[in-house]
Design a protein. Structure first.
Length: 110
């Protein structure tokens, strides 16, 4: 069960880091840069703990898939970036893929 807590932390810290990239403005803003470095560092550390329990492909699929969706939500909230219908449909398919992996894949160890 710790694996999913670590995975959630990995996803959230990666989302914070990625969402902060725009605010770095060519490495000229120290606070967003600190969020980027710390966020990615924490994310990869937590992901390295996750793959002790979950298969790396499954862990990465969940991490990347949910990260894509959450970064898009963060970009909409923080920067006013909007997605069109095809982009939202594509992200819905990504979320659907993560759900299929979790519910039906025998590759996921519980």
């Amino acid at each position: 069960m710790h694996a999913y807590l670590y995975l959630a932390i990995a996803i959230l810290s990666e989302v914070i880091a990625t969402a902060s990239l725009k605010a770095v403005e060519g490495f000229s803003k120290p606070l967003p840069l600190l969020l980027v470095v710390a966020g990615y560092g924490l994310s990869f550390w937590m992901l390295s703990l996750v793959v002790r329990t979950l298969p790396v492909g499954i862990a990465y699929a969940i991490w990347a898939g949910l990260g894509i969706v959450l970064v898009s939500v963060a970009a909409a909230v923080l920067y006013g970036q909007r997605l069109d219908v095809p982009a939202m449909l594509g992200m819905a398919l990504i979320v659907g893929g993560v759900v299929v992996i979790q519910l039906f894949s025998r590759s996921v160890t519980h």
